[in-house]
Design a protein around this ligand. Structure first.
Ligand code: FAD
Length: 409
């Protein structure tokens, strides 16, 4: 009987949350104000394609093959996938988008998303670019955070060695010290300019090395205010105990900055685990991931004096839960403690509707050459082809807005 009452209560709460999120985020006129009809039709076509897994797999192989053999596909990519998910080739090309979003109270986080770099020269160049973005954020209030991906500052395979605690050769040690120096240089610079810094999370096989480095940076640079934010992937079943441990041993000499995400490498993680004979680090189903994400949100509010956080999600329920807890804890909409973020090209119904109510919102705006952004674009396509994500909702919202416009004209 008690169990029955308990489940009835959960279902009731779930139902209330569902209704609230539908009404809070369903204003498509606000969500797509910046998109003209052409862009919306492009988005509709795109989501129609990328919600189909077999098409994504086929087109991914075809595109990678074409790029490898220098077939002329860049212009198609630039007009479709790239146009929808990226700001432009360089910062100047992103300017119109940044200004347009700011008019609607939505901020931008510029992400120079080149991946799979290999040479020391490339890493130095990437480091310089991140510092330029810190400068830009310092001088432009539409850009409240800088961001970087750890393996853009060092060899992926070196992160893997450090993560596995394998003894490094003399040369590798020197190389790793250079990675630490680059990390430190960016964090120190951000600290001197009071610019907040989001550090991305990556694959399981390199993440502990990243966590250890970022933890040191938080300790060093988050004493007066929260500058460095580490990313926690809640599709990993070990992350709640991990965060509880961090918070339990915390001496309050600095603040934690956390960016909460579900995680973008699910399929690769499962294959890696199978191939290398270890337990998959990923929750066994979407429901478990969602439960973890909810627990992480609770953990943030239960430790509200020790953490500042960034809810990075397109999930309406996670967002509404955070909004409700902010109300409950008397945290104002524009309190710098809590930020919401979505990727450019996704979750516009959340970003623009939240921003219209005064919440802190920023969208990650990737930029860089088309071919360098391929890994990022493939991740977006794969994520949207997952039946358990919010991508069909994305398509429904675009169709609703196109229908609304056709009736209004
Ligand atoms: C601002 C921002 C920054 C981000 N930064 C990072 C980052 O640094 N590192 C990173 O890894 N990702 C990052 N992401 C991507 C993020 O991790 C998710 O892939 C993406 O946001 C989709 O999750 P969601 O919370 O929006 O919601 P939903 O669409 O509700 O959830 C989809 C997600 O649920 C999980 N999932 C789906 N099916 C299953 C299943 N069967 N079993 C277990 N879990 C499942 C996967 O993580 C999937 O991506 C970022 C996203 C945003 C918006």
């Amino acid at each position: 009987m008690l169990i029955l009452i308990y489940y009835k209560d959960i279902l009731k709460k779930q139902h209330i949350l569902e209704n609230m999120s539908r009404s809070m985020f369903e204003n498509t006129e606000t969500a797509f104000k910046l998109k003209d009809n052409y862009s919306l039709y492009n988005a509709k076509l795109l989501f129609n394609v990328i919600t189909k897994k077999y098409l994504v797999n086929f087109l991914t192989t075809l595109t990678l093959f074409s790029l490898k053999y220098k077939l002329p596909v860049k212009w198609i990519l630039k007009k479709t996938l790239y146009k929808h998910f990226c700001g432009g080739v360089d910062i100047n090309e992103c300017e119109v988008t940044i200004q347009g979003m700011k008019k609607m109270n939505v901020n931008s986080i510029l992400d120079y998303s080149v991946e799979a770099l290999k040479t020391e020269q490339d890493f130095d160049k990437a480091c310089k670019k991140k510092m330029e973005i810190v400068d830009l954020s310092f001088s432009n209030e539409s850009i409240p955070f800088a961001v970087f991906k750890p393996t853009s500052l060092g060899r992926y395979s070196l992160f893997k060695l450090v993560n596995a605690k394998i003894k490094l050769s003399k040369e590798e040690e020197l190389e790793w010290n250079r990675v630490i120096d680059r990390f430190n240089m960016i964090c120190n610079y951000a600290h001197s300019k009071k610019v907040r810094l989001l550090i991305d999370a990556e694959e399981f096989e390199v993440q502990e090395a990243i966590d250890n480095l970022v933890y040191k940076m938080m300790k060093k640079y988050n004493r007066k205010s929260t500058i460095v934010y580490n990313t926690i992937q809640l599709y990993r079943w070990d992350r709640i105990p991990h965060m509880k441990n961090l918070l339990k041993d915390h001496d309050n000499s600095f603040k934690f900055g956390f960016k909460l995400v579900r995680g973008a490498y699910m399929e690769k993680e499962r294959i890696d685990a199978l191939k290398n004979g270890y337990n998959s680090p990923i929750c066994s189903n979407k429901n478990e991931t969602d439960k973890n994400f909810n627990s992480a949100i609770d953990l943030m509010f239960n430790n509200i004096n020790s953490v500042d956080f960034f809810i990075a999600s397109h999930n309406e329920f996670s967002t509404i839960k955070t909004v409700e807890l902010m109300k409950k804890h008397g945290i104002k909409e524009d309190d710098e403690k809590v930020w919401f973020g979505q990727l450019y090209g996704m979750g516009d119904n959340i970003s623009f509707n939240l921003a219209s109510k005064g919440f802190n919102v920023a969208k990650i705006l990737p930029f860089g050459p088309v071919e360098n952004l391929m890994p990022y674009l493939i991740r977006r396509a794969q994520e949207n082809s997952s039946v358990e994500g919010q991508s069909n909702r994305e398509l429904d919202l675009i169709k609703t807005e196109l229908f609304r416009r056709s009736k209004a004209s």
